[in-house]
Ligand binder design. Structure first.
Ligand SMILES: *[C@@H]1O[C@H](CO)[C@@H](O)[C@H](O)[C@H]1NC(C)=O
Ligand SMILES: *[C@@H]1O[C@H](CO)[C@@H](O)[C@H](O)[C@H]1NC(C)=O
Ligand SMILES: *[C@@H]1O[C@H](CO)[C@@H](O)[C@H](O)[C@H]1NC(C)=O
Ligand SMILES: *[C@@H]1O[C@H](CO)[C@@H](O)[C@H](O)[C@H]1NC(C)=O
Ligand SMILES: *[C@@H]1O[C@H](CO)[C@@H](O)[C@H](O)[C@H]1NC(C)=O
Length: 264
């Protein structure tokens, strides 16, 4: 049942005939034999349906035999694609819409051709399902805060799975996490309320500090009655400097008691 090695006798005869034919018609057939591929491409050559020993050829010039050989070009450059937005139910039952970007390239052209029909679309589909699987195990706060870790997890999982296809997943990025509008509003309201509460606490604390300072000041003033008189006069000076006009200042009668007392 296992596939036989090599081309077999019949195969070799066919190849030899093809080679002779090429030699005989050299000036014409040479143009059919020479193939050129670009720096970033590799060619997988099939001789009578078997992949040639030595794997991928290129870049640059290589030769094939007419009639018996065919080849497939493989692009080795990094490809990026958007994972379309996925509606995901998180662990704490919130529906979020998440999209991302995946960067991958073909690492082994032989495997990418021989082991899978369409490495591109396979990788894309796998990236979508992996995104859903990884995010399904997280709750909302984790999704919002651990993007790096999620991306890294996804890259490892994808890379493991695509190894057999000769594909290397270089990078995965979570682009956007969209929350339902209602939840956005609720979260904004919550944040605003907590900010307001904090502001109120700070204001109250300030008030408390101020009143404590006032109390201390009043205690200092009561220690000597003359201090209060000085304070009155000081206030008068302040007002006079600020408002250049006639001032009617209520002079407390207590202040005069000192003077009256002295006359007696
Ligand atoms: C590609 O994979 C094949 C099969 O596993 C292996 O023989 C070959 O050496 C690999 N080529 C490179 C460049 O790793
Ligand atoms: C696919 O890749 C695996 C791992 O390298 C290899 O063992 C297997 O033979 C490949 N299958 C085909 C059909 O090439
Ligand atoms: C999310 O999950 C983490 C760990 O599993 C847990 O510590 C955290 O409390 C959860 N958050 C919510 C909002 O459920
Ligand atoms: C009130 O006083 C305390 C202790 O002196 C200080 O830590 C706190 O920052 C003050 N609060 C305000 C709002 O200034
Ligand atoms: C107060 O105002 C008057 C008129 O505007 C001005 O002549 C005078 O110089 C001012 N006095 C002081 C102390 O600024």
């Amino acid at each position: 049942d296992s596939p036989s090695k090599g081309l077999g006798l019949c195969g070799w005869i066919l190849v030899a005939v093809s080679f002779l034919f090429t030699l005989v018609t050299f000036p014409i057939s040479i143009w059919m034999c020479i193939k050129i591929i670009k720096e970033y491409e590799r060619a997988i050559i099939f001789r009578l349906g078997r992949i040639l020993q030595g794997g991928a050829k290129g870049p640059g010039l290589f030769f094939i035999l007419p009639c018996t050989d065919s080849f497939i070009k493989v692009d080795m450059r990094t490809i990026s694609f958007d994972i379309p937005p996925q509606e995901i139910l998180t662990k704490d039952s919130v529906t979020v819409s998440v999209d991302g970007v995946v960067y991958y390239r073909v690492q082994n052209a032989t495997l990418a051709v021989a082991n899978i029909t369409n490495a591109d679309s396979a990788t894309r589909l796998l990236a979508q399902t992996t995104l859903r699987n990884v995010l399904g195990t997280k709750n909302l706060s984790q999704i919002l805060s651990d993007r790096e870790e999620i991306a890294h997890n996804m890259q490892c999982t994808l890379d493991d799975a695509t190894d057999e296809w000769g594909i290397k997943v270089e990078r995965v990025e979570i682009k956007d996490v969209k929350l339902p509008v209602q939840l956005q509003r609720a979260m904004a309201a919550e944040a605003e309320a907590s900010r307001e509460a904090r502001a109120k606490v700070i204001a109250a604390e300030g008030e408390m500090n101020a009143s404590r300072a006032l109390k201390e000041a009043s205690m200092v003033i009561t220690e000597s009655p003359a201090a209060l008189q000085l304070r009155y006069l000081q206030t008068l000076t302040t007002i006079a400097a600020e408002k250049n006009s006639t001032i009617v200042f209520p002079l407390p009668i207590d202040m005069l008691q000192g003077i009256i007392g002295a006359k007696h």
